[in-house]
Design a protein around this ligand. Structure first.
Ligand code: CAA
Ligand code: NAI
Length: 725
């Protein structure tokens, strides 16, 4: 609600809807009532709008967009009402003014912000555009280039930047409300015409059309199939071409297009999913509501390779003092150099730079080869080679050296957490923290609890994720956990498609057109084919430990493709060797071109194995790759490895480049319709009976049989199913 108060000549309207003063229908109604009351009261000479609890407003109530009587359209007229007031209206911006919240402030005649406040129009990130006339007012206030940047990216800007742009009139370090009331008193009686943004012309840019063409090309390039940025652009462009009222009409039309697009639903689902996964629970009954984290005052990272370097950088950025340990001086020096380079780069991006990060101070970042220095740390993150024997040796050592309460984390990609924990005297304090490469950039942290992991350990790892500004997702222990386990059948299908007649660039193109940042073959070249090769050798699937006489294309009675192994045997490890699934300009090169050698090799391979080459269309490529991944997701849910489909989706969006505007794999399955996913899997599975990944999971079958319930009900069918067992 909004609270109206009048103590002096300035009436105060306070937006009140905890926790973020979202503009629900009730808040809007109260705001409108407050404005009318102030207008009708002759003793009121000015109005000040602020938010309760140090936050102006985070905008429209996102839950309201899917309500039967939607909010869209209700706010615009209220913003106009504010602007047309005959009494000056001042916004006092504390905390955040986002989306509709900022649009309310744009309707005000003056804006005062606290120095720590943030402002933005993040609607684009929810698949929408600022639909309360924001696309028309903002360019009039701060000019087209800055408005386009804010509206098409959705970024939040700090008050200091807002002041430079002219978005706010004043910033204050102390009491924003008092400053706004002071300003309101000062401007009583001054003409309001020049303060009404709808009456202002859009500032000219030299060569506006050329500027807009270039901006559009950039927006399209970055959108990768997401509609909202381009429609945001169109709405701003309308401001440059039409009078205010016509621009508003165009904004409304475009808003309606987006509102009814599946993409807006997917992005809003993703917003809430990211918040839902914070409320973790395990099948054993541990949960976020009862578990308390323990403080991490000092940490350690073991292994300064690809992952360790990024993890150290993340910890330093989070202001956590740490010790970084390597196996010998040579690797330590290599690792230290790489870490320092990363930190220098990060510091350059930050206000205050190296001084803020303070990474040259050994009390905050210490490099060593001496395990003894790990005695007093609260948490260790191990990131050595993916080798069980080595990890166990390290954990055994840690459990002897580290203080009793220290949490021991392993950054493994797939290995068994319980087996690693068995090497210690404190399995309850062992947990998987699976970072994604580059670890200081990627937002995902998969947190894997083992059989004995304590709720405190899970809560501490989740708290660490928050401190590192990452999204922590708690999952159970199985080979590959959630993310990599779902990735295996996807990559497997991509390789099978090559065997049957497709090409790496054709498969990649289909998945990149779907919205993935990078297709599976380009990804494999980037990560290095040798990584998987080593793991397959360890599993006895290839290499010297493969029993003699094993058929080339079969393992344990299932279809297997030796293609990646054959490439590795020829030294084709991907970008690092200049050759992999593609050809690169040099070793370490990044420009992939299709390699005639590979196409010839594929053709000979098919001849050798008697495979008839066939044309494979885009639909089959997409369905076999995505539906096998989704199918594994259903198996994961049924096994209780993750507590809901949102977890899988958050993992895929934040760790695997899944296009956010498609909501994640499980949300995507719900939009395709589970009966259709099932039918397609059945069809492909009949054609390829030796591929278990294509055989529909029992849980998927069950959900299709009970009538394709909405995603949020899926897990209730699982408990019904298991309670019958
Ligand atoms: N509507 C409904 N609920 C919202 C909300 C909104 N606009 N913004 C936040 N919330 C909820 C969150 O879901 C969360 O709820 P739970 O505690 O139940 O999970 C709670 O408020 C707190 O949010 P966060 O956990 O995200 O808190 P934070 O401190 O980390 O971040 C924030 C605060 C920066 C405001 C962040 O919540 C945010 O970015 N919110 C979305 C802002 C936004 O996109 N606004 C535009 C809305 S669309 C619009 O306004 C359209 C229009 O013009 C017509
Ligand atoms: P890497 O090979 O780049 O680095 C491993 C580092 O560990 C090396 O610097 C090595 O000197 C050091 N090391 C080995 N034995 C040690 C010991 N006894 N004491 C101290 N340091 C020791 O490996 P990378 O890629 O960083 O992987 C590390 C772990 O992270 C692996 O378990 C891997 O599966 C996992 N992982 C890797 C990802 C990737 O994209 N590279 C992604 C996610 C997880």
């Amino acid at each position: 609600m909004a609270q109206y108060a009048r103590g002096s000549a300035v009436a105060v309207i306070r937006l009140r809807n905890p926790p973020v003063n979202a503009l629900s229908r009730a808040v809007l109604q109260a705001l409108e009532d407050g404005l009318k009351k102030a207008d009708a009261d002759p003793s009121v000479k000015a109005v000040m709008i602020c938010g309760e609890n140090g936050k102006f407003s985070a905008g429209a109530d996102i839950r309201g967009f899917s309500a039967p009587k939607r909010l869209g359209g209700a706010l615009g007229p209220i913003v106009s009402l504010i602007e047309s007031s005959e009494k000056p209206v001042v916004a006092a911006i504390e905390g955040v003014a986002l989306g509709g919240g900022l649009e309310v402030a744009l309707g005000c005649h003056y804006r005062v912000a606290h120095v720590k406040a943030r402002m933005g129009l993040p609607e684009v990130t929810l698949g929408l555009l600022p639909g309360a006339e924001g696309t028309q007012r903002l360019p009039r206030l701060i000019g087209v280039p800055a408005a386009l940047d804010m509206i098409t990216t959705g970024k939040h800007i700090p008050a200091t930047e807002a002041l430079k742009l002219g978005l706010v009139d004043e910033i204050v370090e102390e009491n924003t409300i008092e400053a706004a009331i002071r300003l309101a008193n000062k401007v009583i009686g001054q003409p309001l015409g020049p303060r009404r943004l709808s009456l202002k012309p859009v500032p000219k840019v030299p060569n506006m059309e050329a500027f807009l063409d270039e901006a559009l090309a950039k927006v399209k390039r970055q959108a990768r199939g997401c509609l909202a940025p381009e429609l945001c652009f169109q709405a701003v462009r309308a401001a440059t071409r039409s009078p205010f009222a016509e621009g508003v009409r165009r904004e409304r039309e475009l808003f309606q297009v987006l509102l009814s697009s599946g993409q807006a639903q997917a992005l809003q689902y993703a917003f809430f999913a990211e918040r839902a996964v914070r409320r973790w629970a395990t099948p054993g009954g541990a949960s976020w509501s009862s578990a308390a984290p323990q403080p991490v005052r000092r940490a350690a990272v073991i292994g300064l390779g690809t992952m360790g370097r990024g993890i150290v950088t993340s910890l330093v950025k989070a202001n956590i003092p740490l010790v970084a340990l390597e196996q010998d001086l040579e690797n330590l020096n290599k690792g230290r150099k790489a870490v320092m380079l990363l930190l220098e780069r990060e510091a350059m991006k930050m206000e205050g730079g190296a001084q803020v990060l303070d990474f040259h101070n050994p009390a905050r970042l210490q490099f060593t080869v001496d395990f003894d220095l790990l005695r007093d740390v609260d948490l260790v993150i191990e990131a050595v080679f993916e080798n069980m024997a080595l990890k166990k040796e390290i954990f055994h050592k840690l459990s002897k050296i580290c203080k009793p309460g220290a949490l021991l984390c392993t950054n493994t990609s797939a290995l068994n957490i319980d087996e690693i924990a068995s090497a210690t005297n404190r399995p309850q304090q062992v947990i998987g923290t699976h970072f994604f490469s580059p670890a200081h950039v990627m937002r995902l942290l998969e947190i894997i609890y083992g059989r004995h992991t304590s709720p405190t350990a899970i809560a501490t790892a989740m708290q660490l994720a928050t401190a590192l500004k990452k999204v922590g997702v708690v999952v159970g222990n199985c080979f590959g956990f959630v993310g990599n386990r779902m990735m295996f059948p996807y990559v497997q299908q991509a390789v099978f498609l090559l065997e049957e007649g497709s090409r790496p660039d054709a498969v990649d193109q289909v998945l990149e057109d779907f919205g993935f940042k990078i297709g599976p073959f380009r990804m494999s070249d980037l990560a290095g084919l040798d990584v998987g090769w080593r793991s397959r050798k360890d599993q006895g699937l290839t290499g010297p430990s493969l029993p003699a006489g094993t058929p080339a294309r079969q393992r344990h009675g299932q279809r297997y493709s030796p293609l990646p192994d054959l490439l590795c045997e020829r030294g084709r490890f991907g970008q690092k060797t200049g050759k992999g699934w593609y050809l690169y300009e040099k070793a370490g090169g990044r420009t992939a071109t299709p390699d005639p050698w590979l196409l010839n090799f594929l053709s000979q391979y098919r001849d050798t194995h008697g495979i008839r080459t066939r044309f494979i269309d885009q639909e089959e490529i997409l369905e076999r790759c995505l539906f096998s991944l989704i199918n594994e997701g259903f198996a994961i849910l049924a096994e209780g490895i993750a507590s809901g489909p949102e977890h899988l989706d958050v993992i895929y969006i934040n760790g695997y480049g899944w296009p956010k505007h498609r909501g994640g794999p499980m949300f995507y399955a719900s939009t395709v319709g589970l009966p259709r996913v099932l039918a397609k899997l059945q069809k492909y599975s009949e054609a390829h009976p030796d591929v278990p990944g294509l055989q529909p999971s029992a849980f998927l079958k069950k959900l299709a049989a009970v009538g394709n319930p909405p995603l949020k009900e899926w897990m209730s069918y699982l408990s019904q199913q298991s309670s019958k067992l």
